[in-house]
Design a protein around this ligand. Structure first.
Ligand code: ELE
Length: 203
């Protein structure tokens, strides 16, 4: 099954303390969102991926903020089952293609979509979704590029997610709203599970 079809929302998670990774992942899975993207933006991110991969087998754990070939290697070694990048360059695409796991390369323009389609790729992250044109932009792409599907991410929240999910070229959306920093700091996993279950009910 495609990454885009497992759940309506991919939580994008910034983990500072790897100790929080496992309970956080369990809360998201319990709420109905098994596909989880841990951004490689923090020192503890790779350890967080490793722990979730080892201890929460029900989660489909992936790594985001993939920017280099070294990131690909490190993320896959840590146990990432998919990769997400904020944008795409030929070198990064080569590296992700060599990673051996599914990946969602970031795009924000029709030319970038075409460059990926030339490589046979038809599933991508649309980033930064709201800032790059949001719903009207994605609707416009659906005309000439109807065979490409997106996971829009960037500025999307619970209230705006349904309009994105209603588009024929959107498989799922990504966002950080499921894991607020204060809930993580307080260890309020019940709140995270509730946010996840609201999002899981969107489809
Ligand atoms: O680091 C990355 O490569 C990313 O994944 C960027 C995230 O997709 C956005 O930061 C989403 O954040 P929100 O707009 O708060 O939902």
């Amino acid at each position: 099954m495609s990454l885009l079809d497992i759940a309506p929302v991919i939580p994008v998670v910034v983990i500072d303390d790897p100790e929080t990774a496992v309970p956080l992942a369990r809360a998201l899975v319990a709420g109905g969102l098994p596909v989880i993207e841990v951004t490689l933006r923090t020192a503890g991110a790779l350890e967080a991926v490793e722990r979730i991969a080892a201890e929460v087998p029900e989660a489909v754990i992936g790594a985001g903020t993939i920017r280099t070939g070294a990131d690909v290697t490190a993320a896959v070694a840590a146990g990432a089952r998919f990769l997400v990048s904020p944008g795409s360059t030929p070198a990064l695409l080569d590296a992700m293609e060599g990673g051996g796991v599914p990946f969602l390369p970031g795009v924000a323009t029709a030319s970038e979509v075409l460059a990926l389609a030339e490589r046979g790729l038809t599933e991508m992250k649309f980033f930064p979704a709201e800032a790059a044109g949001g719903l009207p932009y994605l609707k416009s792409l659906a005309g000439p590029l109807a065979d490409v599907r997106f996971c829009p991410t960037g500025g999307i929240r619970l209230a705006t997610a349904p309009d994105y999910l209603a588009l024929p070229n959107v498989g799922c959306v990504g966002g950080t709203w499921l894991t607020p920093a204060d809930a993580l700091a307080e260890g309020d996993y019940a709140r995270i599970e509730k946010l996840a279950s609201e999002a899981a009910a969107l489809r």
